[in-house]
Design a binder for this molecule. Structure first.
Ligand code: PMP
Length: 402
């Protein structure tokens, strides 16, 4: 199928131009993505037509809401190559990781092995509960597997690794990490927040025990995400939250019996609208085809690299071709990562990027980097978006970026 970007941009209201609306070059997709009409319509449909609660009612609206919510879970499961019972709806990646961190019963003497590439959300939940062994980067720019092997010991309860850095965009070979962790008898958690929008995910192929992602980075509304886990891995978790929806029965003395998976880990009313939106989002992506998305994005990434390389005075900190379509740069005087630069790019050029440390302070410290400027693309971006970024950066560099 031909990947017709011009046509599919029509699906995104925020990419439409009109009276009083200048065209935007939205290059902040690693922060959050834009939403297509089928997602917006799915959310609107729930809110307008059948906004009952799930799993609690005995009437038509509750039935419809439950069917849509569980239908969305089946779509997400298919998208990940998982079973529906292995898909827990949460608020996002942070909550998914928090559920594992809180549910494993970690003790102060335990440790979790992570890499220095991680987002704060895959560092601090462990740090709050047990020892954390932070694996450095090897010369390749990827987390050092040999160092990870040396770090794992008898008290290691989990290895937790990102599949794709939200700063450099580099892809980590999750399969190699799974093989190492499993050889040592330790489960593996994968942070797929940045992977999901760019590469098809097959949890069987990745061989991970847990995988976390955020709906809002996958063209769905904020408020929903996924914790995938194998049945054994999810059964190992004590629920972090208890309340309605997760129990079969509560006695007068408050003894209780938990429901089966995945509902035992979903106490309280979930963000039903957002979950229904996530189902629509993954169906939209399946229709487009992940292979076609990958092909289009790889072309944009090459153009991005070439155009940025043509600007003297910029340093690209994402040189690897095996990465998501994003790029993180500093100016030689270091000033490009300032918030002012991102604001000028937005206000004067309509180019939306992110400046700062991207919730990855340890990585910036390890690389000796000041705040950086990150441009991150999605499948609806065009060559024109990349050229507008180049032109904005060129003008700022001429003016002296700071
Ligand atoms: N991990 C990575 C790699 C991320 O990029 C992000 C979001 N920037 C998160 C975790 C946290 O995601 P959320 O804020 O949606 O929970």
């Amino acid at each position: 199928m031909l990947f017709d970007v011009a046509r599919l941009r029509d699906d995104f209201p925020l990419l439409q131009q009109g009276p009083g609306r200048a065209p935007i070059a939205y290059l902040d997709n690693a922060a959050t993505t834009l939403k297509p009409l089928p997602v917006i319509e799915a959310v609107r449909g729930y809110l307008a037509d059948y906004s009952g609660n799930v799993h609690r009612g005995q009437h038509a609206l509750a039935d419809r809401a439950t069917e849509a919510y569980e239908g969305s879970r089946r779509s997400v499961a298919r998208f990940l190559g998982a079973r529906a019972s292995e898909v827990v709806f949460v608020r996002g990646t942070t909550e998914a990781i928090g559920l594992v961190a809180g549910g494993l019963g970690l003790q102060a003497g335990d440790n979790v092995v992570v890499s220095v590439l991680e987002h704060h959300s895959n560092l601090l939940p462990w740090r709050a509960r047990c020892g954390v062994r932070v694996v450095p980067l090897a010369a390749s720019g990827l987390p050092d597997l040999a160092a990870a092997e040396a770090a794992i010991d008898a008290r290691t309860r989990l290895v937790a690794i990102t599949a794709c850095s939200n700063v450099t965009g580099v892809y980590v070979s999750v399969r190699a990490w799974a093989e190492l962790a499993h050889r040592k008898g330790v489960p593996l958690l994968v942070d797929a927040a940045q992977l999901a929008a760019h590469r098809g995910i097959d949890v069987q192929g990745l061989q991970c025990d847990y995988l976390a992602l955020s709906g809002h980075k996958l063209f769905a509304p904020p408020g929903v995400g996924v914790l995938y886990g194998t049945q054994a891995a999810l059964e190992r978790l004590e629920p972090v939250q208890l309340g309605g929806g997760c129990v079969k029965h509560v006695g007068l003395d408050l003894d209780y019996e938990l429901r089966e998976l995945p509902w035992r880990l979903e106490a309280g009313t979930p963000d039903i609208a957002a979950a229904i939106g996530l189902g629509a989002a993954v169906e939209y992506l399946e229709d487009l085809g992940l292979d076609a998305i990958e092909h289009h994005e790889d072309g944009l990434r090459e153009l991005l690299d070439a155009e940025v390389a043509s600007l003297p005075g910029l340093r690209n900190h994402s040189p690897s071709p095996a990465r998501a379509p994003m790029l993180t740069v500093t100016a030689e005087d270091g000033a490009l990562g300032s918030e002012v630069v991102a604001r000028v790019l937005s206000d004067s050029y309509g180019v939306m990027v992110r400046a700062g440390h991207h919730c990855a302070h340890p990585l910036h410290a390890a690389l000796g980097l000041p705040a950086t400027l990150r441009a991150s693309l999605a499948f609806y971006n065009t060559e024109d978006d990349v050229l507008r970024l180049r032109d904005g950066l060129r003008a700022l560099l001429r003016r002296g970026a700071g």
